[in-house]
Ligand binder design. Structure first.
Ligand code: UDP
Ligand code: MG
Length: 316
């Protein structure tokens, strides 16, 4: 029998939170009307997480797990879970209990009302450092401004998606997966649920500044071509500036007693400015070209080391 609901949870070194996560999920599952499959995706953990997953699977047939052959990153771990999920409604949540599982019945209620994507939108980030809050705030606003699609602000990956949406996501072959962006891109009836984000239950944040920055660049480059246009705009601006300067120099040479524009500083500034503009433009170009290269190689998104709990082992 196929379960009605799938919960997908990426796990990366979460041995400290797993028992509590399982306890709270069990309480939520007991309140639901139909069968649930818990898909725990081990993203190359180096602690005892995988062993805990094996134990849970032995105890409880609702627990299925995938183990990726190395750390592929959060977005890919979720993608692997989506590939294997069989439920009619699929919920994605973090393992650290920052996404309260108790919200899931409310999401399911909205799903019954006919919505196909119900994403959780945080109204507050309790006890996250000011730096993370500030950078997240700025990033989501920039992204919203530049992206071709409307990506709702302050949403993470915590959401419920209908089977129809999951099928579309599974059919997308792109390697650089920014799931919250793709989720907006597909369309369908979407709605939000507001919630307060709790602090991480235990363990360290796995998203280092580097990973968060990578995710942010990924989101921008995947959903906006505006950065490519920046160099065009700056180039045009420089051209206008050069024409104005030429006019000024000509005027000073002809009319003024001595030109105020002579000297090394002026030339040095111009060289540095244009050099910087060119290097940044090349960097931006490289970002897009690198992505084309990634896509063209066509490697699988992840490699699996272990799969358990699914009756048939072929993902969609
Ligand atoms: N995670 C993962 N692979 C990674 C990093 C994180 O699967 O390389 C998982 C992690 O176990 C957690 C979720 O992604 O379930 C979110 O990670 P975290 O709480 O560290 O990030 P944040 O709350 O800062 O978004
Ligand atoms: Mg977290």
């Amino acid at each position: 029998m196929t379960p009605k609901y799938s919960f997908i949870i990426p796990i990366y070194n979460e041995e400290k939170t797993l028992p509590e996560l399982y306890r709270r999920l069990c309480a939520v599952m007991a309140r639901l009307d139909a069968e649930v499959e818990l898909i725990l995706v081990n993203d190359g953990s180096s602690d005892r997480s995988l062993q805990l997953l094996r134990d849970l699977h032995k105890q409880d047939p609702r627990v299925c797990y995938l183990s990726l052959a190395r750390n592929f990153g959060h977005q890919i771990a979720v993608t692997a879970g989506l590939n294997f999920a069989r439920g009619e409604a699929v919920v994605v949540l973090d393992a650290d209990l920052q996404d309260p599982p108790e919200l899931i019945p409310d999401m399911i209620e909205k799903w019954r009302q006919g919505y196909q994507v119900i994403y959780a939108q945080r109204i507050q980030r309790r006890q996250e450092g000011w730096f993370k809050r500030f950078t997240a705030y700025v990033f989501y606003r920039i992204l919203n401004h530049l992206a071709d699609i409307d990506i709702p602000t302050d949403t993470g990956d915590f959401c419920l998606m209908d089977r129809q949406v999951v099928s579309v996501l599974n059919a997308m072959s792109e390697r650089n997966r920014y799931i919250r962006g793709l989720r907006s891109w597909v369309g369908f009836q979407q709605t939000s649920i507001r919630f307060e984000r709790d602090p991480r239950y235990a363990g360290e944040v796995k998203y280092t500044f580097r990973k968060s920055f990578g995710l942010a660049v990924n989101g921008l480059v995947s959903f906006s071509r505006v950065p490519l246009r920046i160099s065009t705009y700056v180039g045009l601006l420089s051209a206008v500036m050069a024409i104005v300067m030429a006019g000024l120099v000509l005027y000073w040479r002809l009319a003024a007693a001595h030109s105020p524009l002579t000297g090394f500083a002026t030339i040095a500034i111009a060289i540095f400015f244009l050099g910087a503009v060119q290097l940044v433009s090349i960097g931006i170009l490289g970002e897009y070209i690198g992505r084309i290269y990634e896509e063209v190689k066509g490697r699988p998104l992840y490699t699996l080391a272990e799969v358990a709990g699914f009756h048939k082992h072929t993902p969609e």
